[in-house]
Design a protein around this ligand. Structure first.
Ligand SMILES: CC(C)(COP(=O)(O)OP(=O)(O)OC[C@H]1O[C@@H](n2cnc3c(N)ncnc32)[C@H](O)[C@@H]1OP(=O)(O)O)[C@@H](O)C(=O)NCCC(=O)NCCS
Length: 147
């Protein structure tokens, strides 16, 4: 595939959320039903969808005040399109739309190196309260050594 043929969409009215939800559910990044997923994206400050040949191949979103801080979530690329630079395009398109903000994200343990590769720095002072702490603890998101 040619990355130049990707269409960048940032308007929720222009996508089929069944497709969006399929990508996120496939990786277990979300277990929401489609109407709830649509609400999550519509409530976000930035949404980015990449379309290739009439198919949504990548998604991402950020919540933000639009001026000082933004937090990126749900960056995912359709499985058969991974490794072509689409993930980087999603993150860059989100960053463009929150220019000037401090941008944070948390990721799964296996993607830590990836975000460093894309210019993100590790935070020494981040804290989190997860709604479902047990799940995130078991999945290795929380540094229990600091307790
Ligand atoms: C993470 C994800 C979005 C990346 O999308 P992608 O389109 O495959 O990524 P890209 O092709 O844009 O970038 C891959 C680059 O990162 C590098 N990379 C990948 N994993 C890496 C890691 N763990 N450490 C360092 N670099 C890594 C690759 O070598 C490649 O580098 P290059 O562009 O210089 O060749 C995609 O793999 C995905 O959807 N994963 C499942 C969903 C998920 O878990 N998302 C959570 C992210 S918060």
């Amino acid at each position: 595939m040619n990355i130049k043929d990707l269409e960048v969409i940032d308007n929720c009215d222009e996508v089929d959320f069944e497709e969006v939800n399929h990508i996120l559910n496939f990786y277990g990044l979300s277990d929401l039903d489609t109407p709830t997923q649509e609400k999550v994206f519509r409530n976000s400050y930035v949404t980015v969808f990449l379309r290739y040949k009439d198919k949504i191949v990548g998604v991402g979103r950020a919540i933000s005040d639009g001026i000082t801080h933004a937090n990126i979530y749900n960056v995912a690329v359709r499985d058969e399109y991974k490794g072509h630079g689409i993930g980087k395009v999603i993150v860059d398109e989100i960053l463009k739309r929150v220019e000037g903000c401090n941008v944070t994200l948390y990721t799964s343990p296996k993607h830590i190196g990836l975000y460093e590769h894309w210019g993100f720095k590790r935070l020494k002072t981040a804290y989190v309260i997860f709604a479902d702490e047990t799940h995130y603890k078991e999945a290795g998101f929380i540094d229990c050594s600091l307790r």
